[in-house]
Design a binder for this molecule. Structure first.
Ligand SMILES: Nc1ncnc2c1ncn2[C@@H]1O[C@H](COP(=O)(O)OP(=O)(O)OP(=O)(O)O)[C@@H](O)[C@H]1O
Length: 616
C-alpha cells in the first residue's frame, strides 16, 4: 500500500518524504557558503554596472550644466551686466487724476511731457501701469540664475518716495513682490540642480541715518529691538575685495517656509514713518542678502559663494514736499545723501575711472563687490504717473540713464543690434536644450539609483551582510531623515552668528561628496568589493547628501541595521514548510540579475519588494 503523500498520489500535490530529506533551506540564506559563488559574483557585477551607469550619467549632467551656465553668462554679457528697468506706478485713489497724462510708455521707452517739451528715456524694459507682479518677476528671474551660478548680483529698487519700490520688492500677501518670489525660485532651482549641492543663508540690514542696523539680530530678554538693532556694524573688505559685515546675523535657510519667516521678521523691524506722500514711507535703505553656497564636484573641491542683494532703497524726495520735520527730515536728508553717493559710484564706473568713491557712504561700501566688475546689476526705477511729480520723475529717469550708460556703446548700429539679438536667441535655445537634457538625465539617475538600491538590499538580504552597521539602508528611511536633519540642526543654531563658521550640514555634505566620487571612480574601474559599496556615501536628495561620519547619520544607520537584524531573525525563525520559504522561488530571486536593461525587471522588482516588505 502506498502512502497518500507518495509520488502516485491522486490529489496532485507533490509528496515529501520527511524521513530522508533534509529540511528545506530558508528563503533568506545567511550562510554565504551555501550560495553558489557565481550568483554572488553576478549580483556584485550588476551593482557595479549600475554604479558605473550613475557615474556616467552624472558626468554628462555636469557637462550639460556647465554648458547652460556658459550660455547664460554669454547672454548676460551681450545684454549688459547692468540692466535698467522702469516701472510706472498706477494711479492711486488719493491721486489727483488729470485728463492729460504726462507719461507715455512703450516696451523700451518712456516719454515725459513737461512744459511743452518732450523728453525720452530708453530702458532695457519698461513696465507700464497695469503690469502685474508676476510679469515683473518673469523679467527678473534670469538674473537669479546668475546668482546661483556664483556671480554677485544686486537688484535694487530706486525712485521717488511713494512710487512703489516697496510694492515691487516686497509686495503684499495677495501680490507678492520680487523678494518672496525670488526666495521661492531659488529653492526651486536648487532642487532641480542635482549636479551640485546648493545651500543658502540670509541676512537683512538697513542703512538708517548713515548707520547699519541688523534686522535679524536675536532679541535678548528685557531689551527692546531699538536698543539691540541700533548698533553700528563694521564693514570689512578682504584682500580679494570681498565685502563682509562684521557681526551681522546670518541665518541658515533650509527651505522657503523658513526663508519667508525670517524675511517677514526682518521687514517688521524696518523703520517706516508717515509723510505727506506715503503713509508708510520707508525711512531707510533695506538690504536683503542671500548668500549662495555651491559645492561642486568633490574632485574639484570647489566651493563657490555668490551673493544676491535685493535692495529697497529709501525714497528720493524733495524734503519740502514730503512735509518732513525733525527726525523725519533728518532721515530724508540721510537717504538723499547716500543716493547721491550711489550716483557718484555709478558715474565713476561709467567713466571707467580708476578711483571709484565707494567709501562716501555705507550703502556703496556694502554693495562694493556687487556693483563693479564681474557682478550683475538690475536697477528698477520707479516713477509716478502724476503731473505734479514730473520734476522728480525726470530726476529718477536721469539717474537711471546714467546707470545704464555704464555699459558703453548702448546706441548700436541697427545691423549690429540685429546680430546681437540673433545670437541671444541662439544662446537661449542652447540653454533650454541643456536644461531639458539635464532634467531627463536627472530622472534617469533616479531610476538607476532605485535599481541600485534594490540590488544592494537584495545582496544584503541574501548574503547576510546587514549585520554590518555600515550596511545600506532603504531610500525611504534615508529621505525621511534627510528632511528632518537640517531642521534639527537649524533649531540649535537659530539666531546664532554663523558668518565665521560653516553650517554643520554643509561640512558633512562636502565630505560625503568626496567619498561618493571616490566610490564612483572605483566603480568605473570595476574593481570594487562589496564592502566599498556599503561604505559609499548615499545621495539622498537633489541638493543634499550625508556622510557616515556624521553621528546623527550613524544613528540612522544603526537603527536601520537593527531593523535588518530583526528581519533576519524573523526569517531564521520561519517554519521550514512556510510558503514564503519555497526554495525554488528563493533561488530564482537570487539568480536573476537586476539591471536597467533587463526586460523582466519590473516583475522581478515588484516580487522582490513584496518579499522584502513581508519580512520587515
Ligand atoms: N504697481 C502698483 N500697483 C498697485 N499699488 C501700488 C503699486 N505701486 C505702488 N502701489 C501703492 O502705492 C503706495 C506707495 O507704494 P510704496 O510704499 O511701495 O512706495 P515706496 O516707493 O516704497 O515709498 P517710500 O520710498 O516712501 O517707502 C502703496 O499703497 C502701494 O500699495
Amino acid at each position: 500500500m502506498e502512502s497518500s503523500n507518495g509520488p502516485d498520489s491522486t490529489d496532485g500535490l507533490p509528496s515529501i518524504d520527511f524521513s530522508d530529506s533534509p529540511p528545506p533551506l530558508p528563503t533568506i540564506c545567511t550562510d554565504v557558503n551555501v550560495v553558489p559563488e557565481h550568483e554572488k559574483n553576478e549580483l556584485q557585477q550588476s551593482i557595479s554596472n549600475l554604479e558605473g551607469e550613475i557615474a556616467q550619467l552624472k558626468q554628462k549632467q555636469k557637462f550639460l550644466d556647465e554648458k547652460r551656465r556658459e550660455s547664460l553668462n554669454k547672454i548676460i554679457d551681450i545684454k549688459g551686466s547692468i540692466r535698467v528697468f522702469c516701472r510706472v506706478r498706477p494711479f492711486l485713489v488719493i491721486d489727483r487724476r488729470r485728463i492729460r497724462e504726462p507719461i507715455s510708455a512703450s516696451s523700451e521707452k518712456i516719454a515725459v511731457k513737461t512744459a511743452g517739451t518732450r523728453k525720452e528715456f530708453d530702458f532695457d524694459k519698461v513696465f507700464p501701469q497695469e503690469t502685474s507682479q508676476e510679469n515683473v518677476f518673469a523679467e527678473v528671474e534670469p538674473i537669479l540664475r546668475s546668482a546661483l551660478d556664483g556671480h554677485n548680483v544686486c537688484i535694487f529698487a530706486h525712485g521717488q518716495t511713494g512710487t512703489g519700490k516697496t510694492f515691487t520688492m516686497d509686495g503684499t500677501s495677495e501680490e507678492p513682490g520680487i523678494i518672496p518670489r525670488a526666495l521661492k525660485e531659488l529653492f526651486c532651482q536648487a532642487s532641480l540642480d542635482s549636479s551640485s549641492s546648493i545651500s543658502f543663508s540670509m541676512s537683512m540690514l538697513e542703512v538708517y541715518m548713515g548707520n547699519l542696523r541688523d534686522l535679524l539680530s536675536p532679541k535678548p530678554a528685557n531689551r527692546t529691538y531699538e536698543t539691540v538693532t541700533r548698533c553700528n556694524l563694521n564693514i570689512q573688505t578682504d584682500p580679494k575685495g570681498t565685502v563682509e559685515i562684521e557681526g551681522l546675523t546670518e541665518v541658515q535657510i533650509v527651505d522657503f517656509a523658513k526663508a519667508r519667516w525670517w524675511y517677514n521678521r526682518g521687514r517688521r523691524v524696518r523703520s517706516t514713518s508717515w509723510t505727506n506722500v506715503n503713509e508708510a514711507s520707508s525711512r531707510s535703505h533695506c538690504l536683503t542678502r542671500i548668500t549662495i553656497f555651491r559645492n561642486g564636484d568633490a574632485l574639484e573641491a570647489k566651493r563657490e559663494v555668490g551673493k544676491l542683494w535685493m535692495v529697497d532703497l529709501g525714497g528720493s524726495e524733495r524734503l519740502l514736499k514730503t512735509g518732513a520735520t525733525g527726525l523725519t527730515l533728518d532721515e530724508g536728508r540721510a537717504i538723499n545723501l547716500s543716493l547721491s553717493a550711489l550716483g557718484d559710484v555709478i558715474a565713476a564706473l561709467r567713466r571707467k575711472r580708476g578711483h571709484v568713491p565707494y567709501r562716501n557712504s555705507k550703502l556703496t561700501q556694502i554693495l562694493k563687490d556687487s556693483l563693479g566688475h564681474g557682478s550683475k546689476v538690475l536697477m528698477l526705477v520707479h516713477v509716478s504717473p502724476c503731473e505734479e511729480d514730473v520734476g522728480e520723475t525726470i530726476c529718477s529717469l536721469s539717474f537711471a540713464k546714467r546707470a545704464r550708460a555704464i555699459e558703453c556703446n548702448r546706441e548700436l548700429a541697427e545691423d549690429l543690434k540685429m546680430h546681437r539679438e540673433k545670437r541671444v536667441k541662439e544662446l537661449e535655445e542652447d540653454m533650454r536644450e541643456a536644461e531639458e537634457e539635464c532634467r531627463k538625465i536627472k530622472n534617469q539617475i533616479q531610476k538607476v539609483d532605485l535599481l541600485l538600491r534594490e540590488n544592494i538590499n537584495l545582496f544584503a538580504a541574501t548574503y547576510g551582510h546587514l549585520k554590518d552597521e555600515k550596511a545600506p539602508i532603504s531610500p525611504k528611511e534615508v529621505s525621511r531623515e534627510v528632511i528632518e536633519t537640517p531642521r534639527k540642526l537649524e533649531k540649535g543654531s537659530r539666531g546664532n552668528n554663523i558668518s565665521n563658521s560653516l553650517p554643520r550640514f554643509m561640512t558633512s555634505t562636502a565630505a560625503s561628496r568626496q567619498r561618493q566620487s571616490s566610490a564612483e571612480r572605483e566603480t568605473a574601474a570595476k574593481a570594487r568589493s562589496l564592502r566599498s559599496v556599503a561604505r559609499s556615501s548615499i545621495q539622498f536628495t537633489a541638493s543634499q547628501s550625508m556622510s557616515y561620519s556624521d553621528p546623527q547619520i550613524k544613528a540612522i544607520l544603526q537603527n536601520s541595521s537593527r531593523k535588518s537584524r530583526y528581519a533576519q531573525e524573523a526569517a531564521d525563525t520561519l517554519p521550514a514548510e512556510s510558503p514564503k520559504c519555497n526554495g525554488s522561488e528563493s533561488s530564482k530571486t537570487r539568480s536573476k540579475l537586476v539591471t536597467s536593461s533587463d526586460p523582466n525587471l519590473r516583475t522581478m522588482l515588484s516580487r522582490h519588494r513584496r518579499r522584502m516588505s513581508d519580512l520587515i
